[in-house]
Design a protein around this ligand. Structure first.
Ligand SMILES: Cc1cc2nc3c(=O)[nH]c(=O)nc-3n(C[C@H](O)[C@H](O)[C@H](O)COP(=O)(O)OP(=O)(O)OC[C@H]3O[C@@H](n4cnc5c(N)ncnc54)[C@H](O)[C@@H]3O)c2cc1C
Length: 340
């Protein structure tokens, strides 16, 4: 039996800060929008939220996302918890709903698709400290927490070496942990690294221990040679696995690092397909993802909005019965928004 096709003007795939902001703009600018999100993602990993003005750090990523989902639904968007397995283009940009999206249970049609699927941080092998309390994936978010604290950067490539040197801006106790691997950074990085006061530890990490005074937090690491070193926390630098499969299936251009290539409004090389947030080049930060979501939402709106009609489509002018262009459902949601 064929499934019912659910039709929207805008389909957003991924419900982190980037996708939620795109859906917020698209909906409030009058477009029937579905946001399809499997759950999880990088924002959901935030134990506390930093660098988002107006949001204090006692707010977790899940609190922020839950509130944002309610907010977007309150304006009339459909929010679905599903995993998008396939997106294909069945028509040209002038056709109605040229995109088809498939999840395990449902099929969707949309005029525009916005991919906000982010990436997954590659993790070193265990033993590992707890994420957010000793293991940290966001330098620009968490470096401030380590002022005057002993920290590590873990990895064997250029990025691990650079993060170690960058942490010297915040503390004078920085180790670079090779965790038993051979260094693969460049000769230039090696020269630079050896000129900075960073201790390079070659031994594999064999265990972790908690801080006695603050047991939620890491106290330090144990090494294969039987030594221990005290750390408040550190950054594993093993790369990013971009969730770019849907973009690639549609033929969108990707960059060498796996990000999806976009212009300043989130447009990809495929007409009608946008990408925002961590999936695209740029700083991986909640406010940046939100900004990209806002820009893409506005760009999508400019391409879809009905009025003003172009001169070559005017014929006898605009019939008063055709306005407003907003759909009856969104119109009803807007009229009653904030009533309770
Ligand atoms: C531990 C940690 C702490 C951080 N702390 C901060 C901080 O304090 N402040 C800050 O500014 N930044 C922080 N960051 C960075 C921030 O989380 C990211 O930059 C931000 O979440 C990017 O938003 P996004 O919407 O692009 O991606 P994500 O938040 O990763 O969301 C992507 C979403 O897409 C979904 N998805 C993927 N594929 C599919 C599919 N095929 N179908 C349906 N859904 C799909 C995922 O499940 C996920 O829900 C932190 C990151 C980490 C890992």
């Amino acid at each position: 039996m064929s499934r019912e096709l659910r039709e929207y003007e805008v389909a957003v795939v991924g419900g982190g800060p980037a996708g939620l902001t795109t859906a917020l703009y698209a909906t409030r600018l009058g477009h029937d929008t579905v946001l399809i999100d499997r759950g999880g993602g990088r924002a959901a990993m935030m134990l506390d939220t930093h660098n988002v003005i107006g949001i204090t750090e006692d707010v977790s990523g899940n609190d922020l996302l839950g509130r944002a989902r309610e907010q977007v639904e309150g304006y009339g968007a459909d929010v679905r918890q599903e995993f998008v397995e396939r997106v294909e283009r069945v028509g040209g940009p002038e056709d109605d709903a040229p995109f088809r999206l498939e999840t395990g249970d449902e099929e969707y049609a949309a005029d525009r698709v916005v991919l906000a699927t982010g990436f997954t941080d590659a993790r070193p092998d265990p033993p590992l400290p707890r994420t957010g309390r000793g293991l940290h994936y966001c330098l620009h978010c968490d470096a401030y927490m380590f002022v005057d604290e002993p920290v590590f950067s873990m990895g064997h490539g250029d990025s691990a070496a650079y993060v170690a040197m960058i942490m010297l801006n915040f503390t004078d106790e920085v180790d670079l942990l090779l965790d038993g691997d051979d260094p693969s950074w460049s000769d230039e990085t090696d020269e630079l690294l050896r000129a900075h006061p960073v201790d390079i530890v070659e031994e594999a990490v064999t265990g972790t221990f908690q801080d006695e005074d603050d047991p939620d937090w890491l106290g330090g690491l144990e090494f294969a040679d039987g030594t221990t070193r005290g750390y408040r926390g550190g950054f594993p630098m093993y790369g990013s696995d971009y969730n770019n499969g849907l973009a690639a299936d549609l033929g969108a251009e990707t960059n060498d690092d796996g990000t999806v290539a976009v212009d300043d409004h989130g447009r990809t090389s495929v007409d009608g397909l946008y990408a925002v947030g961590d999936l695209t080049p740029g700083h991986n930060q909640v406010p940046v993802a939100m900004g990209q979501g806002a820009k893409a939402g506005i760009a999508v709106h400019k391409g879809l909005r009905t009025f003003p009609k172009p001169l070559d489509e005017l014929d006898d002018g605009v019939d008063a019965a055709d306005v407003p262009a907003i759909s009856p459902d969104l119109r009803a949601a807007a009229r009653t928004h904030g009533d309770d």
